[in-house]
Design a protein around this ligand. Structure first.
Ligand code: ADP
Ligand code: MG
Length: 485
C-alpha cells in the first residue's frame, strides 16, 4: 500500500510528451513516380514497373493526383502550402528499397505549420502539425521460416507523412489524434485508413519530463502500432519504463523501439538515426514543384466539410445531442446515410434513433459497413414517416425493419404483405373488445366494483388478439367506453 502511494507520487511529478509521425497511403490509381497500379493485390510482384524496381536508367515522373491529394490534406490540416517544394533523396540500404534511397521531401515539404482540433474525453484539444510531406513507400518482406522474400508491389506507392509537434500529453490523446487524422483522410476519400493492413501507419515519439521542467526529455520512437488499443498500451508501457529509468537515476537512450502486443512490452530495435545519417540531398531527377496560388485555391474547393464541422452542424441544425452527432459523423458514409433519410422529410430525432439503435447496432453485431446496408436510407425514412403519421406503431416498425433488412423490400410492400397496418377501424376494434369482454366476465365485474387497476389487463388481451396492431389511442378510448356502459 505504502509502496503504491509512493509510486503514485513519483508518477505525478512527471509529464508525458508525445509527437506523432503518421504515414498514409494515398488512393491514387497509379504509383507516385511510375504508371503501375498502386492498389493492393494478393499476388506478389504483380505491380512492378521498372521505375518501381529502380532499374538503372529509369526516371521518375511525378503523379499529379498525388500533388492534389497532399495539398488537400495540408489544407484540411490548416497548413501553409509551399509554392515551391523539393523532392529529396533519403539514402539508406534495405533489401526492400532497390534504389538505395527513398524519394521523400526534406527541407522544403509541400505543407507546413498547420494544426488539427479534436475532442478527447469531452475536451477540445489542439495539436500543431509541423509538416506534411510526400514520399514513396518501400517494398515488403514476407518472412518464411529461415528465408525472407521481398515483394515490390508496395514499392513506390504514394504516401503523405503527417508530422505533429510534441503536443499530446496522454496515450488517449495520441490515439484520438490518430483517429481524427484517419477520419479526416477517410472523409476526403484520399486514404482508406486501414491500420491493420498498413494503409495508415503511426510512429509514436514518447518522452517524459518533470512537470517543473521546461526542457523536452529524450524521446524514443515506437513502431509497429497497428491498432488504437496498441497505440495506447505501448505509450502507457513506454512512459512507465522511462519514468522508472529516470527515477533510478539513469538516462533514457534515444532509440527506435518495437511494441510486442502479446507481451505488452516495447523492445529496442535500433539506435535512432540522425538526419545526417541519411545524407539527404535534392533529387536531381525531379524538378522542384511549383504551385500557383490559384491552383491551391482550386484544391481548397475540393475539401469536404470535416467531421467536426458536421458534428457541430448536426447539433445546431437538427438538435441532436453531442453524443449522437459524434456517433453519426464517425464515418462519412454514416453521416451521408443520415442526411439521405432526412431528405424524405422524416424527423431528425427519430431518424437518429433508428440509425443508432437499429442500423448501427446490427452492423456492430455483424462487423459490417453501412455502405452495404440492405435497407436504403430512403426506405428507412419512409418507414419512420409512417410511424410519425401513426400508421404503424414503433413496435411494428421493428418488425417491418427486420423484414426490410432480410428482403430488401419497401416498407409499404411489407406492411401490406404481412398485414401489419395499425388497426384503427372502429368496427374491427369494437368486435375485438367485445370478444375480450365476453371472455372475462369476472374481471369485468371486478373493474365495475372499483378495481380500476385491472384496466390494463383488457388492453393487453385485445393487443394480443390484434397481434400488437390495435391503435393504442383508439383502443384505450373504446375499452373505457365499453366497460363504463
Ligand atoms: P525524426 O524524423 O528523426 O523522427 P523529427 O524531428 O522529425 O525526427 O521528429 C519526429 C517526431 O518526434 C515529431 O512528431 C515530433 O513532434 C516528435 N518529437 C520530437 N521531440 C520529442 C520529444 N522530446 N518527445 C516526444 N516527441 C518528440
Ligand atoms: Mg521519426
Amino acid at each position: 500500500m505504502e509502496q503504491n502511494s509512493q509510486h503514485a507520487n513519483l508518477r505525478s511529478e512527471w509529464k508525458t510528451v508525445i509527437g506523432l509521425e503518421i504515414h498514409a497511403q494515398l488512393l491514387t490509381k497509379s504509383k507516385l513516380f511510375s504508371p503501375d497500379p498502386s492498389h493492393f493485390v494478393e499476388k506478389e510482384n504483380e505491380h512492378i514497373h521498372f521505375i518501381s524496381l529502380g532499374l538503372p536508367g529509369t526516371l521518375p515522373v511525378l503523379n499529379q493526383k498525388v500533388l492534389e491529394y497532399s495539398t488537400q490534406v495540408g489544407l484540411a490540416l490548416n497548413c501553409h502550402i509551399n509554392g515551391r517544394s523539393v523532392f529529396a533523396r533519403k539514402n539508406y540500404f534495405y533489401p526492400d528499397l532497390p534504389k538505395g534511397y527513398q524519394i521523400s521531401q526534406y527541407e522544403q515539404p509541400i505543407c507546413e505549420n498547420g494544426y488539427i482540433e479534436f475532442e478527447c474525453k469531452g475536451k477540445r484539444k489542439k495539436v500543431r502539425i509541423q509538416r506534411v510531406h510526400i514520399e514513396e513507400d518501400a517494398g515488403r518482406f514476407h518472412h518464411r521460416g529461415h528465408c525472407s522474400l521481398v515483394n515490390f508491389n508496395r514499392a513506390g506507392v504514394p504516401l503523405v507523412e503527417i508530422v505533429s509537434m510534441p503536443d499530446m500529453n496522454s496515450p488517449a490523446e495520441a490515439a484520438e489524434m490518430v483517429r481524427s487524422i484517419r477520419k479526416i483522410l477517410k472523409y476526403m476519400k484520399v486514404c482508406d485508413g486501414n491500420l491493420e493492413e498498413g494503409s495508415l501507419r503511426c510512429d509514436c515519439n514518447v518522452s517524459v519530463q518533470k512537470i517543473s521542467d521546461n526542457k523536452l526529455g529524450t524521446r524514443t520512437e515506437l513502431k509497429n502500432l497497428n491498432s488504437f488499443k496498441f497505440i495506447e498500451k505501448a505509450i502507457e508501457y513506454e512512459v512507465n519504463r522511462q519514468i522508472h529509468i529516470l527515477n533510478e537515476g539513469h538516462k533514457v537512450i534515444q532509440e527506435t523501439r518495437l511494441y510486442d502486443s502479446t507481451k505488452n512490452k516495447t523492445f529496442s530495435l535500433r539506435s535512432k538515426e540522425e538526419a545526417s545519417d541519411y545524407r539527404y540531398f535534392p533529387d536531381p531527377d525531379l524538378l522542384p514543384v511549383s504551385l500557383s496560388k490559384q491552383w491551391i485555391e482550386e484544391q481548397r474547393k475540393q475539401i469536404p466539410e470535416s467531421f467536426l464541422q458536421k458534428a457541430d452542424r448536426f447539433q445546431k441544425e437538427y438538435g441532436l445531442s453531442p453524443k449522437e452527432s459524434f456517433l453519426i459523423t464517425e464515418e462519412r458514409s454514416r453521416a451521408d446515410y443520415f442526411e439521405k433519410m432526412l431528405k424524405t422529410k422524416a424527423s431528425a430525432q427519430l431518424s437518429a434513433n433508428w440509425l443508432i439503435n437499429e442500423v448501427l447496432a446490427r452492423f456492430n453485431e455483424n462487423r459490417m459497413d453501412i455502405d452495404n446496408c440492405p435497407v436504403t436510407p430512403e426506405q428507412l425514412g419512409e418507414m419512420i414517416k409512417m410511424i410519425e403519421r401513426k400508421e404503424i406503431s414503433g413496435k411494428i416498425g421493428k418488425k417491418v425493419f427486420s423484414e426490410m433488412w432480410n428482403t430488401k423490400k419497401n416498407p409499404v410492400e411489407i406492411i401490406k404483405k404481412l398485414g401489419l397496418k395499425k388497426i384503427s377501424d372502429p368496427n374491427i376494434l369494437s368486435s375485438m373488445v367485445e370478444e375480450i369482454i365476453n371472455k372475462f366476465p369476472k374481471q369485468v365485474a371486478d373493474y365495475k366494483n372499483g378495481k380500476e387497476k385491472i384496466f390494463g389487463f383488457f388492453i393487453g388481451e385485445v393487443m394480443k388478439i390484434s397481434k400488437g396492431q390495435a391503435d393504442p389511442e383508439a383502443l384505450n378510448k373504446m375499452v373505457k367506453e365499453k366497460l363504463n356502459s
